[in-house]
Design a protein. Structure first.
Length: 304
């Protein structure tokens, strides 16, 4: 595997994460117009649907001056039975310099160890979502200027969430106190669970997760209305939140289910800000993939 690949958040050292977050911050001000000295090309291989991750990677790539190709699996030789490995090896052979990949298989990248160009994981099944994790850290830092000591509640479909997994790893690494809440059927082994009202009252960050209907094996044993009342961020629960607390959600949002539709753009909500920050963070990830050193300027007042 190429050393500048980004597959999981826990494959990064703490200092590497800080460098990526600092580079993303630099892209918001000092280095707004910075671009790579190569034009790539880079290819985006999305085997699962995506709006935010796919198009914010594409936006980041274009801003960095790369030529971008989006592969559509239904028009590729995957339909003739070609493997993921042979598809990636083909992109390498025909001159692509990096690949951004989303796939529904957990840890699909384990079959790609002989690919010699950087691979950026844009989400693997229920496993990892490192670029979402970095943009979540960035969004928390932008508001609180620190992560250490913050209380973070992650609520909803924990079992199927690669975001819950990656965010838990990174938030623990930076000293946040993380708890989870939601229905019994969405619990994940090794993730500490709390009552939702207690979690919401005491947390600085309330992160809601989408129910991933596409990964459920059968129908839910609870109506949507009952789910919203028991496990969703209702207007009543919003009133219980701490004064300086924030709402996050990786999106897409099931409005009216895990969060009341009116709260998606409430004053505490950072949901669309997360998407804006996603472009900055993905620029930093691509810059690293192309072997550029971190910017030397440290111009944020964030403490780690
Ligand atoms: N948050 C996220 O991964 O969204 P998309 O599935 O739209 O990329």
């Amino acid at each position: 595997m190429h050393p500048n690949s980004l597959l999981t958040i826990d494959s990064l050292r703490r200092e590497e994460i800080i460098d990526l977050l600092n580079d993303a911050y630099c892209f918001s001000n000092l280095y707004k117009d910075w671009h790579l000295s190569t034009n790539g090309p880079i290819a985006n291989l999305f085997f699962e649907n995506s709006t935010r991750t796919h198009y914010s990677f594409a936006s980041a790539e274009l801003q960095l001056g790369l030529k971008v190709e989006d592969m559509y699996p239904e028009f590729s030789s995957l339909t003739k039975g070609e493997s993921l490995y042979d598809t990636c090896k083909t992109f390498e052979a025909i001159g692509y310099k990096a690949l951004v990949i989303r796939n529904k298989q957990d840890e699909y990248f384990k079959q790609l160890t002989n690919i010699n160009i950087p691979i950026i994981n844009a989400g693997d099944g229920c496993g990892n979502h490192p670029s979402q994790c970095l943009l979540d850290l960035y969004t928390i830092l932008e508001h609180f200027h620190r992560i250490k000591g913050l209380k973070v509640a992650i609520i909803g479909d924990i079992a199927h969430s690669r975001v819950a997994n990656s965010d838990y790893q990174a938030l623990k690494m930076f000293g946040a106190d993380v708890t989870f809440s939601g229905p019994e059927e969405f619990k994940r082994e090794g993730f500490p669970f709390t009552n939702i009202d207690e979690a919401i009252k005491s947390s600085d960050v309330v992160m809601l997760l989408r129910i991933q209907f596409e990964r459920l094996e059968g129908p839910m044993h609870i109506s949507k209305e009952e789910y919203h009342q028991k496990f969703g961020l209702t207007k009543q629960r919003y009133e219980m939140m701490k004064e300086n607390s924030i709402i996050m959600h990786p999106a897409p949002v099931n409005r009216g289910l895990e969060i009341d539709s009116d709260l998606v753009e409430a004053s505490k909500s950072k949901i669309f800000r997360q998407m804006t920050n996603g472009v900055l963070v993905r620029k930093a990830i691509i810059k690293r993939a192309f072997n550029e050193k971190p910017f030397s300027e440290k111009n944020s007042d964030w403490s780690f």
